[in-house]
Design a protein around this ligand. Structure first.
Ligand code: DI6
Ligand code: FE
Length: 404
């Protein structure tokens, strides 16, 4: 069926700009955009009146850890009393505590809690989301997480990409044996999980309190052998040049990046690796080192914005709130921020050819917002905006999808 969505203005986000079409129409057919342009030139189709809404691509949250057991609001209270994230981690809390809770949870329990969080994102206008494993840290538990991630994609009207983050932290059974754990990831975990079709990308945490660049490189080599693209948590707390390493492996993205150097920016620009900035984690950890915005812009690195939704450093349930933080904290423009959660987020997931902007031939995932202008998406602090969500050319009745 062909549908002509009309009586709207569109910010197509083509080429990373608003690229506005006023008084526009979008013709969708078989889940794709068949035509888009001024309404006066539109071809025929069954019409839907969008009531003067502003249409944008569906939001894409390209970096989340949505699946986890337990929560860490107790640690949040501790941190507010002066205990640092690193101290909590050293005392067996932090990621390790979420690993314990995630290992103890059943697949159904993980599914149910993650589903609630995903519904929040969906209500916020998200149509594509990436979710990482990385709280299992053994083959059975990583598999459990990745299966939950696949199930979430089947159960909800969202496109879900699964990233294996087995190299997130050192599991307790490998204490003081990080190289052995990396070997286990490369020899056992990645081959098995990739063969089961559970892995769309491979990620690692390159940091002094996690894995060294040399260890990450082993994981990248194995991913390359398996034909799976890579991403990297890099330069979040210190400068190890993980982002340059990611660029050398043509990573889809390097993420966090507060401590990256100008040379890292050049390497990423040359490789086409997207810089995924995570203002929620910056805010929640009360960091002060800003990502090098001027150098990123100067060298033309594509910048994406994501929630980093996770229990320790960014319990963020709204991508729009992240757009606001990208503007207030990182001094991005609302236009750059929206490009970061659409067209460049798609690129960070390897979906640049099919998702992220409203252009002929791309997937018809879009949101019709009851707003005055596109900047409103970065302006309002959270809350729920009136909207209509269209996925694969069909309207998703968001209100009917409950958290329960
Ligand atoms: N960086 C982060 O901010 C999260 N993971 C990572 O590599 C933190 C995850 C957590 O604390 O549970
Ligand atoms: Fe993360």
């Amino acid at each position: 069926m062909k549908t002509l969505w009309q009586h709207c203005h569109v910010a197509t986000m083509a080429h990373g700009k608003y690229s506005i079409i006023e008084d526009a129409a979008i013709l969708t057919a078989d889940g794709l955009i068949e035509w888009i342009g001024p309404r006066s030139e539109a071809p025929a189709g069954q019409g839907v009146d969008l009531g003067g809404a502003w249409v944008t691509p569906g939001l894409i949250d390209c970096h989340t850890h949505t699946v986890f057991g337990g929560n860490r609001s107790g640690e949040f209270e501790q941190r507010l009393q002066g205990v640092s994230y690193a101290e909590i981690a050293a005392a067996g809390g932090g990621i390790a505590s979420t690993v314990r809770a995630t290992r103890a949870a059943t697949e159904d329990e993980l599914f149910a809690s993650a589903r609630k969080r995903l519904v929040s994102l969906l209500r916020d206008g998200v149509t594509t989301v990436e979710i990482k494993s990385g709280y299992g840290l053994d083959l059975a538990s990583e598999r459990k997480m990745l299966r939950v991630i696949r199930r979430l994609g089947d159960a909800l009207p969202l496109s879900v990409r699964a990233t294996c983050l087995a190299a997130h932290a050192l599991p307790p059974e490998y204490k003081d044996r990080a190289d052995d754990y990396i070997a286990h990831i490369c020899d056992e975990m990645l081959p098995a999980l990739a063969a089961e079709g559970l892995v769309d990308a491979v990620d690692a945490f390159c940091e002094y309190l996690a894995f060294s660049p040399a260890q990450v490189e082993k994981v990248f080599l194995k991913a390359r052998e398996l034909g799976v693209p890579v991403k990297l948590h890099a330069e979040q707390l210190s400068s190890l040049h993980g982002s340059s390493l990611a660029a050398r492996y043509q990573a889809l993205s390097a993420d966090h990046l507060e401590f990256m150097t100008e040379d890292d920016c050049k390497a990423m620009a040359a490789a086409g690796t997207v810089a995924v900035l995570l203002p929620g984690a910056f805010y929640f950890l009360r960091e002060t080192q800003l990502p090098p915005m001027d150098a990123l812009r100067k060298h033309g690195v594509a910048i994406a914005i994501a929630s980093d939704l996770n229990p320790g450093t960014s319990p963020a349930l709204s991508v729009r709130l992240m757009l606001n933080m990208a503007c207030t904290l990182f001094r991005m423009t609302p236009e750059e921020a929206l490009a970061g959660a659409t067209v460049y987020a798609a690129k960070a997931l390897g979906l640049g050819a099919s998702h992220g902007s409203l252009e002929v031939g791309k997937v018809a995932d879009f949101v019709a917002w009851d707003i005055e202008r596109p900047a409103d998406l970065a302006y309002w602090l959270g809350g729920e905006l009136n909207k209509r969500v269209v996925r694969h050319g069909a309207e998703v009745i968001v209100g009917d999808i409950t958290c329960g």
